[in-house]
Write a protein that binds this ligand. Structure first.
Ligand code: FUC
Length: 816
């Protein structure tokens, strides 16, 4: 027996008494699992028996870049349109030259224990707010058959990424299908009827931004201009929307139709169809966005030829060809994962909104639908080469959307990408990874100018221009969110995870490692020594909670908030491992190891909780939606029951004190937290809390999240992160791999007694499929893509298996 195997055995005996180990050359089989039915009914549909009355009832479609909300109106169909590069503003300029002085003063006041005054000084580090993600316009299609219909149904089929609306007016059955094609780059709306000549409508384009429409041949064009600046909706300053003839994004939407039978023409009023049998409407769009560092007004691309070319290319294809290419492309991603959580209930025959209201998470098929909806949304909002999914993915209908629909990088943007690796959509991580590169380019200047530090830094908000500076409009924003330097570390975790799952060494060497190293360089410079000789950050906040000082005053900035320590441990550990994998940078690695060993340790507070700050101050809001200090449980990997049992228990206590009620995204995070606590029932409770119907409410609520009728996550308002957090959470309940082992069914709730999953991914290059029954794993199959050794855990049972690339390994707990 090798030394390694002996130590594994010793560890096992320590952990679980005695278990059976496979011999060193573990027998591996190639027996495929029983084919896993995704859903025995085959149905993965959101469906409704009436048109969408409000935006959060409409159904989202998208190809990563172009997005639409489909309302399914009878007399007037509306597709509310977005394009992911259509933002206000232009490239970041560093405008706060006094930030470094403010930093020094903030640090002095923190060192003197003058926390309230320190927060005042920190205001001096702030600069402009980010810009806003904008709505592009609407495609409105007015029919000439009135709005009295029978047999109405509209649906979104997650298996094909196509919406379908059907209804009957008089004797005629009408059908509409809509999708946005990634391969053909256009939105496609197909109208048909079961009587010849029944299709007559006018299609028009409009926008909330400045625009005009033009008719040229068979094409209707909308030519638009975005504002040069849009203030966040929470900032109450004058002139919140600023247009400028030179600056600001230019954009175009092009529309045409292929009609069979009847007549069609385009004039100043719109695109007209009269008496057709079958019509395919095609829409393309482009903006002048030309990179995060170029003015879209003065150095932009010309969007006209791009939109025209894409429309022309698509118009040369049949509907069947467009649809086939779209479905094949979409399914190449979507079909990688199938989930079956057990027997269905009668509720599956109900429309989705009623199903949500009646049973919620007690309906396992609804949980499956919600899990897959998250995967659908990522496929539809983030493709290689597009912008990363923002607070609303790509779907936004407001000129001043909540929180600017920006990149909020103190949790929300990261959460969007939590499912990317485990839910087998790794290449969709690409836009975020590319974005981090832009942020680092700006962030190097910010690190230098604001901090006199090496490397790169970013703060809590960003936008398409990769803003890296603290926002807050020069002292208007609360430092508890605006002055936070942790995002460079948090985002760097995504760089590492993409490698940890996929094992692409060239990517690690050329893309990830240089960015991770740059972030680590910043924190090496930013850390200072506290009175006990530990390394701490200063100023430091715990997004976005405050503390109560002994004299009753409220503080926000201090030194050494727990989250900073957790993030820096994560970044340094990942960077150390990366440099080891690459066999480079030994002396830098040593610096990181030495600094990591000196980081301020976790501390357990008077209530048995994991302390949120270096001092055991009470939280100003004990139920706060953020639980930043618990990063090390999830998405971090430092706090596991094996590695840090006491801290693990304290983290659990902290979450119990926090409670369940929160915003949608916070509940999404909590599902993952409880999964990491290996408490499946509690994770399911959180899933059930999230799957609460929120109907009309779109104002901001910090305590009562849920989901809208279209299954969009409700903060409220709509914020897409909770969808992605929940999808990652379900995956995390079934499979974990953050602690050096592949843990099968670590948090299976009692209610999911029997089921199966196919295609989840584990770190180390494994694809995992499992089948369980009566709450017990029956069989797991691991496909090894990299040929690494798999340490497989199921409960207390651990087996280690060496693999070859491409090999399938079958694991049955019953085998000894
Ligand atoms: C942070 C959160 C809010 C919201 C916003 C976009 O400020 O605390 O709840 O999600 O980001």
């Amino acid at each position: 027996m090798t030394a390694l195997r002996l130590s594994v055995l010793a560890a096992l005996v320590l952990l679980c008494g005695s278990v059976a180990l496979l011999p060193a050359q573990a027998p591996v089989a190639s027996i495929p699992l029983q084919p896993t039915p995704a859903s025995p009914t085959g149905e993965l549909k959101l469906w409704y028996n009436r048109p969408a009355a409000q935006w959060v009832e409409a159904l989202p479609i998208g190809n990563g870049r172009l997005g639409a909300m489909v309302f399914g109106g009878i007399e007037t169909e509306r597709l509310q349109l977005n394009e992911d590069s259509l933002w206000s503003g232009g490239p970041e300029t560093l405008t706060n030259t006094k930030a470094r002085e403010a930093l020094a003063e903030t640090r002095r006041r923190i060192a003197a224990g003058r926390y309230v005054e320190a927060a005042q000084a920190a205001l001096g580090m702030e600069g402009p707010y980010t810009e806003s993600y904008l709505p592009m316009g609407n495609l409105q299609i007015a029919f000439e058959h009135g709005d009295v219909a029978r047999g109405y149904r509209r649906e979104l089929d997650l298996r094909t990424a196509i919406t379908r609306t059907t209804y009957r007016v008089g004797p005629v059955n009408y059908t509409r299908e809509a999708f946005i094609s990634h391969p053909d780059r256009v939105a496609v709306v197909h109208f048909s009827a079961d009587r010849p000549g029944a299709l007559s409508f006018v299609a028009r384009l409009d926008s909330q931004l400045r625009y005009r429409t033009e008719a040229e041949g068979a094409v209707l064009t909308l030519v638009g201009k975005a504002p040069a600046h849009v203030d966040p909706s929470y900032n109450n300053g004058p002139g919140p929307v600023v247009y400028d003839d030179r600056e600001g994004m230019n954009f175009e939407v092009h529309l045409t139709a292929n009609a069979t039978g009847g007549r069609s023409w385009v004039d100043h009023d719109g695109l007209h169809v009269q008496g057709a049998n079958d019509v395919v409407v095609l829409l393309s769009a482009a903006t002048s966005f030309n990179g995060f560092d170029k003015s879209p007004g003065t150095s932009g691309r010309d969007p006209g030829p791009i939109a025209a070319g894409e429309l022309r290319a698509a118009a040369g294809k049949s509907y069947a060809a467009l649809e086939t290419a779209h479905v094949a492309d979409y399914q190449s991603l979507f079909n990688r994962v199938a989930l079956d959580l057990g027997p269905t209930t009668a509720a599956r025959d109900l429309p989705t909104d009623q199903r949500l209201a009646t049973l919620g998470a007690r309906d396992p098929r609804l949980v499956e639908l919600f899990f897959q909806f998250g995967r659908y949304l990522l496929i539809s909002s983030s493709r290689p080469g597009t912008q990363p999914a923002n607070l609303q993915g790509i779907w936004n209908n407001e000129v001043r959307p909540p929180w600017s629909s920006n990149y909020t990088i103190n949790i929300n943007t990261e959460m969007n990408y939590w499912p990317a690796e485990p839910a087998n959509l790794a290449e969709l991580h690409g836009p975020l990874i590319e974005f981090i590169g832009h942020l680092a380019a700006n962030g190097r200047k910010t690190a230098d100018l604001y901090y006199g530090a090496h490397g790169w830094v970013s703060h809590h908000n960003s936008d398409i221009w990769a803003r890296s500076t603290p926002v807050g409009d020069f002292g208007q924003g609360d430092p508890v969110w605006a002055v936070w330097q942790g995002s460079a570390a948090w985002l760097s975790q995504h760089l590492w995870e993409h490698y940890a799952f996929g094992g692409d060494t060239a990517y690690l060497r050329d893309t990830a490692y240089p960015l991770m190293k740059g972030a680590a360089e910043f924190y090496l410079d930013y850390l200072i020594e506290d009175a006990n000789g530990h390394l701490v950050t200063s100023p430091s906040t715990s997004p976005e909670n405050k503390f109560t000082l002994p004299d009753g005053a409220t503080g926000s900035v201090s030194a050494g908030a727990t989250m900073d320590r957790a993030l820096i441990w994560d970044l340094f550990t990942n960077t150390i491992e990366a440099s080891n994998e690459l066999g480079i940078d030994a002396s830098f690695r040593t610096r990181l190891e030495q600094a990591r060993a000196r980081l301020i340790p976790y501390q357990i507070g008077s209530r048995g909780q994991l302390q949120e700050w270096a001092t055991d101050w009470p939280e100003q809001d004990p139920k706060h939606r953020h639980f930043s200090h618990l990063f090390g449980v999830y998405p971090g990997r430092e706090i596991t029951p094996e590695r840090a049992p006491a801290i693990f228990t304290a983290a659990r206590r902290s979450m119990e004190l926090r409670g369940d009620e929160a915003t949608g995204w916070s509940m999404g995070w909590k599902i993952n937290f409880w999964a990491r606590m290996r408490d499946g029932d509690r994770a399911l409770t959180l899933l059930a809390t999230l799957l609460r119907p929120i109907n009309g409410e779109t104002g901001t609520n910090y305590r009562a999240g849920g989901v809208y009728p279209n299954l969009f996550d409700a903060h409220p308002p709509f914020q897409i992160d909770g969808n992605f957090g929940a999808t990652a959470g379900v995956a995390e309940m079934l499979l974990q791999s953050h602690a050096g082992e592949i843990h099968l069914l670590p948090a299976l709730p009692a209610a999911w007694a029997s089921g199966s999953v196919r295609g989840l991914r584990a770190r180390g290059g494994f694809e995992v499929s499992m089948r369980w029954s009566s709450g017990r794993l029956v069989e797991a199959e691991l496909l090894s893509t990299l040929g690494k050794t798999a340490r497989i855990r199921y409960g207390a049972l651990v087996r280690e298996v060496t693999t070859r690339p491409g090999q399938r390994v079958v694991f049955r707990p019953e085998d000894r």
